[in-house]
Design a protein around this ligand. Structure first.
Ligand code: GLV
Ligand code: GLV
Length: 323
């Protein structure tokens, strides 16, 4: 079998793939263009791609031999799943292995924003520190504050559970009741509006869909507390970035911690001028351990799908019932 890999991933995954298939890897240290991806998949049975590769209708329908697309990410909003399913092409993602890692980055952002860690670091490096001062760089407490989780899937749940050392009342929004959080944290399911008005730290953990696009806009930001902190480690377009800039400029909220952006890798200059936002370059799953585990999982999904089995993390199992 023949596989195209759009960007070199950790060796553990490539080793697994090489054992089973003939693999071609993007030779460049950069993202491929759409044309390069189209050229790459010619004659291939499988595609291993990244969340930065738009796998649209053109790509999915270009190669009749293509049976399986394995995304090296848990989110798969970069892939036209409908078309893939229609074409009988399986798609997989990497759930589970990056849950704690992403929840840990979300907490890193909470601490960084609440205690102004990046600002403090820059302050010292710029030679501005003249000693302890009563009013120097005041932040916000975390313990005993109310935590709000938007979307309690794997990552949202892990993020909430990690609050246990901080004695935080937990509110969450979701379509279904989260038994784990209700039992272990006495978490309360609320409406988004109720959460926005009462939570001190709000973290976004839903996937990007037409329903969650701009879920947090001007009205939502305006109803948050002036002392509130907003964290996004999910997908940029869930928050209206222009509205967030206005909210941060006008101190509608205390601050924001972002790992994702509406038009990656472009980030508005106005956002980067603000001291009350901490920014990360989409590194939610970026640890040695997790990226290696993601590589192995992606490779296993890909091989299993090409062999005609149901991949362990298939996101469109309808392929098996429809074809
Ligand atoms: C990262 O954003 C992922 O979806 O894995
Ligand atoms: C701070 O360093 C304190 O001793 O209160």
């Amino acid at each position: 079998m023949k596989i195209f890999v759009t960007r070199a991933i950790p060796e553990a995954g490539l080793t697994y793939l090489r054992k089973h298939a003939d693999i071609t890897i993007n030779p460049h240290d950069r993202m491929l263009t759409k044309q390069e991806i189209l050229n790459g998949i010619r004659g291939k049975d499988g595609l291993l791609c990244l969340l930065t590769d738009p796998i649209d209708h053109d790509v999915i329908t270009a190669e009749p031999k293509l049976k399986m697309i394995a995304n090296y990410a848990v989110g798969y909003d970069n892939i036209d799943i409908k078309t893939a399913t229609k074409q009988g092409i399986l798609v997989s993602n990497t759930p589970g292995v990056l849950t704690d890692t992403t929840a840990e980055l979300a907490w890193s952002l909470v601490f960084a924003v609440a205690r102004r860690i990046v600002e403090g670091d820059q302050f010292i490096r710029q030679g501005k520190f003249r000693g302890w001062e009563p009013l120097l760089m005041l932040g916000r407490d975390i313990a005993n504050k109310t935590l709000g989780i938007i979307g309690t899937g794997r990552i949202g749940t892990a993020f909430a559970l990690k609050s246990q050392g901080f004695n935080m009342p937990v509110l969450y929004t979701d379509i279904t009741t989260n038994e784990v959080l209700e039992k272990q944290l006495h978490a309360k399911k609320v409406t988004l509006n109720q959460m926005l008005k009462t939570a001190d730290i709000i973290s976004v953990h839903v996937s990007l869909t037409p329903q969650t696009h701009h879920l947090i806009g001007k009205d939502q930001l305006q109803s948050m507390k002036e002392t509130a902190i907003l964290i996004n480690t999910a997908r940029g377009p869930i928050i209206d970035e222009n509205a967030l800039i206005i909210a941060l400029q006008n101190h509608w909220i205390f601050g924001a911690g972002l790992d994702v952006y509406e038009h990656e890798p472009d980030i508005p200059k106005e956002l980067l001028r603000l001291p009350n936002v901490v920014v990360q370059p989409h590194t939610g799953s970026a640890t040695y351990e997790t990226r290696s585990n993601m590589a192995i999982l992606t490779a296993k999904n890909l091989i299993s799908g090409i062999q005609g089995h149901r991949p362990p993390n298939c996101v469109n199992p309808e392929v098996f019932t429809n074809h």
